[in-house]
Design a protein. Structure first.
Length: 220
């Protein structure tokens, strides 16, 4: 019984550490010790165990700790099973065929946006994949669109990002709803040579049409 309580305590400490690094991104042992309320030796042992599993990584230059890629892919695997994503995929594929550009679906997690699914363009020049990646919501077009929707904005929501998150890359995003509740965002991402103010109206029309179809399918 004592061993079971110790195991539960260790799991709780590990989860607390992961939550702290999700919020703070990078921290040293001293700060982690203070925030967790544990002595440094306990924190070192906890970090060592999580490093072996790939859940925590250490920056070689700063010696600070951050979440490892395994956390992102575990999160990604969980999100892939969401029902709304399954219903959205056929419409996202159709949008990708119409534009021949990469299409994403993403969701909010507190103040962050996570890209959980994509339909890749069949092009010789592509942009870096954002799948399973986390960004500050306010720094991305889908993040800003969802933040507006969460605040209750009723008008048509469309957000643009011309070279904001990445140089030479543009993004157009809007929101999908389930029973009038903001569920996720869909976006088109492409090099600015192919997605820019001169042709964005065509993309806007198609992405809004796609979002409306998804929202209708989710609300049936």
């Amino acid at each position: 019984m004592v061993k079971k309580r110790e195991t539960q305590s260790s799991i709780e400490k590990a989860l607390n550490l992961i939550e702290i690094l999700k919020e703070k991104e990078r921290l040293g042992v001293t700060d982690l010790s203070r925030l967790l309320g544990l002595n440094k030796n306990n924190v070192f042992r906890l970090l060592a165990t999580l490093q072996v599993e790939g859940i925590i990584e250490q920056d070689e230059e700063t010696e600070e700790y951050k979440l490892g890629t395994k956390v992102l892919y575990l999160e990604y695997a969980y999100l892939q099973g969401r029902n709304f994503l399954k219903k959205s995929k056929p419409y996202l594929r159709q949008l990708r065929r119409e534009l021949n550009e990469t299409v994403y679906i993403s969701i909010l997690d507190k103040d962050d946006i996570i890209y959980i699914y994509s339909e890749e363009a069949n092009r010789s020049v592509l942009v870096h994949s954002r799948i399973a990646k986390r960004f500050k919501a306010k720094d991305t077009a889908p993040g800003r669109a969802l933040l507006k929707a969460k605040k209750g904005k009723k008008q048509e929501i469309i957000e643009y990002d011309f070279q904001g998150l990445e140089l030479e890359v543009s993004e157009v995003a809007t929101v999908i709803y389930e029973d009038k509740i903001p569920k996720a965002a869909i976006s088109v991402v492409a090099p600015i040579s192919r997605l820019n103010p001169s042709n964005v109206l065509e993309v806007k029309e198609k992405i809004l049409n796609c979002a409306n179809k998804i929202s209708q399918s989710l609300s049936v």
